[in-house]
Design a binder for this molecule. Sequence first.
Ligand code: SF4
Length: 427
Amino acid sequence: MDKNSHYRDRIKFTLKMKKEYTILSPAMAPIHFKILKPILLRQGFKIEIMDAEGPEVLQLALKYLHNDMCYPSMLTTGQMLATIMSGKYDPDKVAMVITQSGGGCRDSNYIHLMRKAFEKAGYPNVPFISANIWGLELNSGINLTPKSLLMALAGLIYGDMIMICSNQVRPYEVNKGETDKMIDKWTTQLGEGFFKGKGFSTKAIKKNLKEIANDFASIEIKKTPKVKVAVIGELFLKYSAPGNNHLEEFLAEQDCEVYVPSILGFGIYKTNGALEDLRLYGGNKAKKAILEVAMKYMFKMEDLLISAIENNPNFVPPERVNDLKKRAEGVINVGNSMGEGWYLAAEMLEFADHGYENIVIVQPFGCLPCHVAAKGMINKVRRIDPRLNIVDIEYDPGATRVNQENRIKLMLVVAKENLSKKKNIEE
Ligand code: SF4
């Protein structure tokens, strides 16, 4: 038994499997995944993103998981089961990959429940790979080089950059489809670069980020006043279209500009949380030293990302995580790092200051961290900044899309009234 494993009989992903197996990943942030995929292909992994969604997927999850589980764990388990049952892949030649944040919330425990669900469903031999930076659940077949890890971080930063710029251009583009073509151009170009082992040095990142910003800024736009909405909340739901019932598309149909925060920011917040835990409760000195080095590197990358956006007056950059932390201080304890913790309250205040005072919080059913740190903070942040117009939307297997969209529409009624009041004052 692997001493790093919490699961007695887990099937490890071996070097031999690497050659023969297809690794299936849940669908999350499509722009980021398209850039990251070639890094794994280059390392000899065959990887595919699962696209199953809909009520049947959730029914499968409910059949094999306890219905008290949080919604992202339900959805990803259902997606995995639906994919393996679809007949598209040989069940004896697939592995599943899932991220494990290593924190105290259920995210750290999904993987064990998924194995049990697969066992019950008749697929006990499917290996589950934990993607994490904490050294949990080692597998001999997962031998990512430091270069690949640096590329993966660079890929996340590029994904953030493209997501942030494109979201601020697409609603105003004169020639429909130009922004999406630009996304395709950059995701393909960066992916090809990674496949050749290029594009991850600091110099290359700096150059590419600048060019991405300039390219998106060159798209012809017509700026008309629109309701600006920030989408915050639980990590998986925020980025996963199957998870949030295609929320970004819905908001675009309602003629809104949407801001979705960076994944890098969340990574820094999470690492900061681990360091904060070590400071508050003590712990392993070597782990602290590694985390501090990782943090330093991420801060450097954050600076590259934000500077590239700041240098371009067309775009609103995200705030630095250290500044967000200052916003949270006095509002919620910054030791509150379970799930999205203090980050949510800080983001609400941040967005109100940058013109995105309308906020949708995507909140999974069964998620205690989000209930405390999101729903529990709404009144408090509203007292601090009355401009905030917030709706928290709960996602669970029984919630209907129509109901969720109707609640968002109510929030948008207030947003539209506020927008026309602003226009009247300016005129
Ligand atoms: S933050 Fe909430 S929804 Fe996300 S994994 Fe943790 S418990 Fe589940």
